[in-house]
Structures are given as structure tokens and as C-alpha cells.
Design a protein around this ligand. Structure first.
Ligand code: SF4
Length: 195
């Protein structure tokens, strides 16, 4: 490719903005979900995809790879050990990406409010776009949350992925406070001694 001058880049960005409403509409119509279940929601998710509630009619489907997904469902309480995996998985999902948190536990710890081993406020560590209260929310409530994320995607309000980029220092500080600095490298080396 030849060299681009500033005018060309500006033109390209303007052109992109022109099509942005169309892109947003297309994104909300085809949300692929990372199949990563946490907490009690692990057993509440399958009914959503099966015949009775069937969220596939919204263009949604579960997907085993974060590289091909754009919606991350956090389906219940999160322990620090699980949170490490959630952060790494979230960072592997390409932008734009969205998070829905199900249940009271990700909001404030829920019934595990006094547990040493449950993260009390998940949005200190990763950006949540929609939270659905309940213990566990009914599938109708989850579908309501799905409608809300679709509305937010179309209006551009679902901007958690931008917030994560722009406030990365803050998120990273909170993560390091919880796990200790250098946790990524330490975790990667953790099992070497057992090989
Ligand atoms: S909110 Fe209730 S159902 Fe959901 S993970 Fe917590 S304890 Fe389980």
C-alpha cells in the first residue's frame, strides 16, 4: 500500500462515521457469546438457548472462542481465581465487545457479601455494560437485559470496551491491588514446577 496523507485518513474516518449506525445495527443483530459460565448461572444459561426461550431468534449464539465473540456473559459470583481467567479472556475478545453481568453477586457480592473469596464489585476490574439483578434472574429478566444491551449497542451507549481502554491504568491498579503486581506472569509460571 502507498503512503497515506492526513487528508486521506480524515476522509476515511469520516466515511467510517457515516456507516457507523449501519455497523451498530448489524452488531446488535448478531451477538456471539463467549461460552464462559461462572457461578449459578452456569445452569441457567442452557435454557435460554433451547426451545422454550430461544435467544437464537435474536441472532445470538454461544461460541467457544473469545476471538470470534463480542458478548461476554458473567453468569454469577466470581472468585479471584476465576476473575483472572475472566480478565484474560476479556482482553482476548476483539473490540467492540460488551459485558452483561447476571445476578446480584457481580453487582455487590449478593449472598456472599461477607465471603473472603468472592469479588464484591465486578465493575472495578472489568467494565460492565448491563447488570441484571436477581438471584438467579429469570430467563425473562435475562432477555430483558439482552434487549437493553441491543438498544445500547445501537445508540452507542454500550461503550465498556472504550472505557476499559481509556481507564486502563485504573482497572489495572484495581486488578493489581487484588492479585498483587506481576500476577499475570506469576500465574503463567505457576504450573511449571508440576510438569
Ligand atoms: S446471584 Fe444468586 S444465583 Fe446468582 S451467582 Fe449469586 S448466589 Fe448464585
Amino acid at each position: 500500500m502507498g503512503e497515506r496523507n492526513d487528508d486521506f485518513i480524515t476522509y476515511e474516518l469520516q466515511e467510517f462515521k457515516l456507516f457507523e449506525p449501519l455497523f451498530r445495527w448489524a452488531r446488535k443483530k448478531s451477538l456471539w457469546i463467549v461460552a464462559f459460565c461462572t457461578g449459578c448461572g452456569g445452569i441457567e444459561m442452557p435454557p435460554l438457548f433451547t426451545a422454550r426461550y430461544d435467544i437464537e431468534r435474536f441472532g445470538m449464539m454461544p461460541n467457544p472462542s473469545p476471538r470470534m465473540a463480542d458478548l461476554f456473559l458473567i453468569t454469577g459470583y466470581v472468585t479471584p481465581k476465576t476473575l483472572k481467567r475472566i480478565i484474560i479472556t476479556y482482553e482476548m475478545i476483539p473490540d467492540p465487545k460488551y459485558i452483561i453481568a447476571h445476578g446480584s453477586c457481580p453487582i455487590n457480592g449478593g449472598v456472599y457479601w461477607d465471603s473472603y473469596n468472592v469479588v464484591k464489585q465486578l465493575d472495578k476490574y472489568i467494565p460492565i455494560d448491563v447488570a441484571i439483578a436477581g438471584c438467579m434472574p429469570r430467563p425473562e429478566a435475562v432477555m430483558d437485559g439482552i434487549q437493553e444491551i441491543m438498544r445500547k449497542i445501537e445508540s452507542g451507549e454500550a461503550d465498556g470496551w472504550k472505557r476499559y481502554r481509556e481507564n486502563y491504568e485504573w482497572y489495572r491498579k484495581n486488578q493489581d491491588e487484588l492479585f498483587g503486581e506481576g500476577w499475570r506472569e506469576r500465574d503463567a509460571r505457576r504450573w511449571l514446577a508440576w510438569i
